[in-house]
Design a protein. Sequence first.
Length: 192
Amino acid sequence: MRVAVLASGNGSNFEVIAKAFKKKQIKGELVWLFSDQPDAFVLKRAQRLGVPSCSFSPKEFPSKQAYEERLLQRLRENAVDLVVLAGYMRIIGGTLLESYPQQIVNIHPSLLPSFPGLHGIKDAFDYGVKVTGVTIHTIDAGVDTGPIIAQEAVCIEETDTLASLETKIHQVEHRLYPEVLAKITEKGPNKL
Ligand code: GRF
């Protein structure tokens, strides 16, 4: 299976995924990294790890559809079977969804359906829940609403700060995402 990662920022999840491909813990090939943010640190990680990468911004296009059509064209040129979102901070539109039905996966830093949206960790911390976690799901037309593939809980202790909770969540993400992608790439993209 040929996999592409879409990311907007730091790229720590991208890095653990790329390393898992290198160690053959995930079957198939990581063929491409795309970022919608030309200054994103994830692009430097891709360069260092030898993963072909590309970046362009939606601002360069007259519409979201035109942006996604260009992105789709690049995904097709790379013969991508599975799209992995790793901190990609945009809502996937109809153009990509229709071309990759149930073949786009995302990681979200809360136990969905609780705390969807941009600030899953902070929203859970501020609410005062005692348990939050990480969700991996396929993308549908909603925001963080697609069918859930895997979840793992993270306890919030009295002594936790927002920063320590972020660290705990990221530690779980960095183990869980490669594990789940290993299973997905074994089963095939249409059997999630
Ligand atoms: C992760 O917490 C992920 O759950 C969320 O965005 C963050 C990306 O972090 N969707 P990184 O760029 O992989 O370091």
